[in-house]
Design a protein around this ligand. Sequence first.
Ligand code: SF4
Ligand code: SF4
Length: 140
Amino acid sequence: MTDGIKVDSGQILELLNQKKDRMQVCLQACAACSLCAESCFMFKEKGEDPQYMPSYKMIKTLGKLYKKRGRVSRDELEQMQQLLWRNCVLCGRCYCPFGIDIPNLIAFARSILRSQGIYGVFPHTSGAPEAECRQINQAL
Ligand code: SF4
Ligand code: SF4
């Protein structure tokens, strides 16, 4: 359980700063054209629910972390957990004509959440108990 564990915003900011220039270029380059959604099978599979759009997942997680300079609540991180693990399998299929590497950005956002003790659910859709997920994720 991660309830009650304080978010270390300083640590998040430190991680964000390690890739700041590259990440900011990517985040600013997004023209919200939605073309990446066409190549995401999860978006198609889930009836084109906007929460499965690659750009949505990127902007509502990493974009938010940058915008708030790491000052997010645990609730906000847990909302991101759903977008980053349940809504994406990092298959690498999403295509962006502007060259934004969304899987890479999602993987980076996952690493930031892991730094705060928030792990993915594995298998990503099954809702396995968190302790078990953590063990599996650490073993990977
Ligand atoms: S295709 Fe690229 S520019 Fe268009 S919405 Fe997706 S990430 Fe943004
Ligand atoms: S990496 Fe994630 S966002 Fe991109 S196509 Fe695969 S499931 Fe969709």
